[in-house]
Design a protein around this ligand. Sequence first.
Ligand code: CUA
Length: 413
Amino acid sequence: MPAHMASVDHVPTDPGEQMPIRPRPARRRRIALTAGLGVLLAGCAENAPQDTWQPAGPDARTIDNLQQPVFLAAGVVGVLVFAAVVYCIVRFRDRGQAMPSQSHGKSAVEIGGIVLSASILAAIAVPTFRTIFDLADTSGCDLTVNVTGQQWWWEYAYPAQDGIEAPIVTSGELVIPTGECVLLRITSRDVIHSFWIPKLNGKRDAVPGRIHTLRMEADEPGIYAGQCTEFCGLSHANMKMDAVALNGADFATWVSSQLAPAEAAAEGSPAAEGEAVFTQQCVRCHQVNGLDDTDGNPLIAQADQYLVAGAAPNLTHLMSRTSFAGATYSLLTESCRADLLAATPEEFGAMYLAGVTPECLNRIELEEWLRNAPSKKPMYPTPNAEGLGRGMPYLAISEGDVDKLVDYLITLK
Ligand code: CUA
């Protein structure tokens, strides 16, 4: 075989066979076209969970009604500019012709270009400003939820209000009633994060020391995925969030179940052994409402002594959620999650309210998390100069205690 053929990735089997050294231009064009189309179509997945083009509530629809015509206008302008550039490249390319006459400026083209682009911008500005003011109006919302970002999870605190007789604190999943405007008051306890549920509304930054408001409303029961969209440190990419919409009756059921304190584990049960481990290892940071010390005094988490954010997720009703570790990992096995996501809007509420059953618990990943959390999610768990860490540290929990802990956590319905 000639030496120059050694570099071809397809090695001819027949010594007489002629192979091109490089892909021919037509083949290269085909590859580029296929790759380009693939990338384009990947954005059009039927049920992409974070698709801003598939609004699922009135606020997201308000945005969609603006982005559709703006995208169209930008697309038309883009195609015209591209066509003009291609025309000029082909029509006026150097063929060795004589130097054309040198002129400077063409008033008609310049003024026309300015007037045309200014008119397009002015036409787009009108609906844009209307949409901005529309969405900024947060008056008249039925329910208020305080949303706090921290490295790397979201806390949702429902103050006592009409329909909620005492405060509720949860994390990972923002539970809202369908068909009602919910007012989110968004802030942060450490660095800047950004709250975004693409199918329900636009983004809002979570800034320490400030409260930004955002409306949220979903048409139908279901899970709406989101993602922190402001770089906030090592696990920014793992800082997810879900909004869970329930119909009015299911939401009321959720509220009353969240208000109940955790039930004490039956004496001598595996859960009781787990509760003891939890009391020693976890309660420093994680609050479980209703958990008492041996003297009968409530055990209050003191995460402010261990973490920069000064808070860790309240675990009182952990198994009423579908995820853990800041919504990074599913509490449900893959098939149970698939069933929940495939539920019709009518079925969804009952399935969600059933919580994580022992059969559906993703025990493997929950145990891995308890064994060594920093290995499952990049964090800065080692305390800084002030003795504060970011994220859950490695706690050197024994294998037996990990088992017991899960036996206890599964009872936190
Ligand atoms: Cu929080 Cu990015």
